[in-house]
Design a protein around this ligand. Sequence first.
Ligand code: C2E
Ligand code: MG
Ligand code: MG
Length: 402
Amino acid sequence: MTTSDFDALKVLVVDDDSYQRLVIGKMLSAIGVPTVHFAESAQRALVMMGTTDIRVDALICDLDMPEMDGMEFLRRVAEQGFECSVIILSGKDANILRSVELMAKEYRLAVLGSLEKPATIGTLRTLLQQHWARPKARERGTQPALSVDAIRAGLEAGQFEPFFQPKVSLQTGQVCGAEALARWRHPERGILPPVAFIGPIEESGQMDGLTWMMLDRSAAWCRRWCDDGLDIPVSVNLSLSSLHDTRLSNRLLDIVNAHRIKPANLLLEVTETTAMTDVARCLETFSRLRMKGFGLSIDDFGTGFSSLQQLSRIPFTELKIDQSFVADASAQPSLRAVIESSVQLAKNLGLKTVGEGVETRDDWLCLKQAGCEIAQGYFIAKPMEGGLLLPWVKEWQSKSSV
Ligand code: C2E
Ligand code: MG
Ligand code: MG
């Protein structure tokens, strides 16, 4: 990207410190941003943004301001529906910046990142360059939501299928499993991820159809891979409604028998929130599943409310550390501390540990150092069609170790 790419960018700098405004203004003009507005307070900024003659593409906002601070300002920006990217500017420590970033993302603001004081031109340029990647996401978000009827018709027409994401041993690099993730091959919109359809399916009480299709097709793929010499377990995500079905274990046995795979080749993933409700019924189901030899995995570990309680009473075999702790763990000591403690806890309970959302070599090394056994994430491979897994495994294993 060249500096001329900033030609059309309009930036508003909100900071009560006149010297800071001056410094950021000079940096913005040095990297070629032609239109820069300044506000000495959050209130003034809101007034400016509300006037029709000022369009703001990106906000650079200080946190520590008298009267209205940066947090309240960002909430108001979100509430008023202003469409702009946000860069947070502050001299506060990295943990505070991170929690404000998360807050702004929860408000659905397009956060480009934080600029720690003293700001540098390089970081500012890198953050602003990301602004242009954002509109695409917004455009995608404006597609009309898919109706429950359309989803049901898609399911009946067999347009849904599992994609598979490999899991790899951090010690040896060997492929040691694959997670099945639902995809909808939509005739007009292309391949759609679960976020486009899981919510409406759950709400309309139709999860069963999706879950059993996923289980059946995943078991079928597992059989094919076994026949081709790749004997790995396949993980399938279970929803709350499946856990309430007391016939679950028998239906699962029917599936593994039909496809001539072992129960141990099927690993059932449940999220903490799923595991939490209707304790007695779920405990009955979990105990029976384990007795029959199925694997049980606690997904998104660390994001629920009673993780430790779940862990102490449900006979899990695997713990998946949520990707929000893995991404960027190498740079953030607080995330590393969560990973290390989770791994230790899992080890004490005799569970395998999986780090999800491994996107970089640094994330990989960080998990390995913490003693985590298995990694899953884009650094290794994105979810892929069933037919592509074996060729991928061959290529992965022919490469030198990670
Ligand atoms: P999950 O079970 O925690 O699956 C992991 C999600 O993280 C997947 O998203 C995967 O594509 C994504 N992912 C993997 N590696 C990376 C990475 O390095 N970076 C990032 N940013 N993301 C990564 P996906 O496929 O969109 O699925 C989202 C969630 O939808 C799943 O989270 C799972 O809870 C749910 N889901 C998917 N398939 C099914 C299903 O068949 N049944 C049920 N009940 N839920 C499903
Ligand atoms: Mg999962
Ligand atoms: Mg997960």
